[in-house]
Write a protein that binds this ligand. Structure first.
Ligand SMILES: Nc1ncnc2c1ncn2[C@@H]1O[C@H](COP(=O)(O)OP(=O)(O)OP(=O)(O)O)[C@@H](O)[C@H]1O
Ligand SMILES: [Mg+2]
Length: 253
């Protein structure tokens, strides 16, 4: 913790989105700064995933704007937004179940390669080496030839992270990537993310597990019923009795 936040990379300005009578996002304004891990917390249904969906073009906001290095993302497609360098994972992972682990990573890399890397066999070799490095970093080397569908739960979570690592994106939006991991796995996960952040990646992560939230966050944004109730240093958010009541009230329910 205690990383120094850099420039604002992504700025959410008054974002609202309703589904029927449900205000999934209610005038949320939040800046994501470079070089740190910002954690989105809040009870189920608070609107965390909805924020990601608006940023990545999977949902169009009813009102507000999303600025990425000064340019508006509203109205752009998910494909265009990922090309701008914003990568995400999904709560339900969305792996290519019938491809091997290595193919899952290589596919991401090949589909983003043509824009930022030259072609040819040298580039292809460089990509393959990068894939092996990512598999090593995520602990999946020994599973490289296994189909995604045949992986254990934790391995699937690490594979979804590996697929983000394979993009050239410098900002990662991770939707509960560590949920359900055992302690050993999530500690490895935190260590891996920290290393990537030290090397220049900016992360926004949705997470419920308080041990993980405490271990990972440089900054915490707290959402409830679509509203942003706090956006502050972890110690301030975690020690706010009002937020604890909302959070644990929900967990106990
Ligand atoms: N596509 C949709 N259509 C209708 N309602 C939606 C849709 N997406 C989200 N909602 C509703 O909006 C609210 C916020 O949902 P969201 O998925 O953003 O919550 P969340 O904070 O990610 O929750 P969780 O912790 O359970 O993942 C919920 O009431 C949800 O039912
Ligand atoms: Mg969600």
């Amino acid at each position: 913790m205690g990383h120094v936040a850099g420039d604002v990379l992504l700025s959410l300005r008054g974002l609202s989105k309703s589904f029927g009578g449900v205000k999934a996002s209610d005038q949320v304004s939040l800046d994501l700064r470079s070089g740190i891990i910002t954690t989105l917390v809040g009870p189920n249904g608070a609107g965390k995933t909805t924020l990601f969906n608006m940023v990545t073009g999977h949902l169009v906001p009813d009102a507000g704007d999303i600025l990425w290095q000064g340019q508006s993302l509203v109205g752009k497609s998910p494909w265009q937004i990922s090309r701008l360098g914003i990568a995400r994972t999904f709560q339900d992972l969305r792996l290519f179940d019938h491809m091997t682990v290595r193919e899952n990573v290589l596919t991401v890399m090949e589909s983003s390669a043509w824009l930022w890397q030259p072609g040819g066999s040298a580039a292809s070799r460089a990509r393959r080496e990068r894939v092996e490095a990512i598999l090593e970093a995520t602990g999946l080397t020994h599973k490289a030839g296994v189909r995604a569908i045949d992986l254990a739960y934790a391995e699937r979570k690490f594979l979804s992270l590996a697929r983000v690592m394979a993009t050239p994106a410098r900002i990662w939006l991770l939707d509960e990537p560590a949920s359900g991991l055992d302690r050993g796995s999530y500690e490895r996960f935190i260590e891996l993310l920290r290393k990537e952040v030290r090397q220049g990646v900016t992360v926004c992560i949705i997470e419920h597990n308080l041990d993980i939230v405490i271990g990972i966050s440089d900054r915490i944004a707290f959402l409830d019923q679509g509203r942003l109730l706090a956006d502050d240093e972890p110690s301030r958010v975690l020690n706010d009795p009002r937020l604890a009541a909302i959070y644990f009230g929900d967990m106990a329910a």
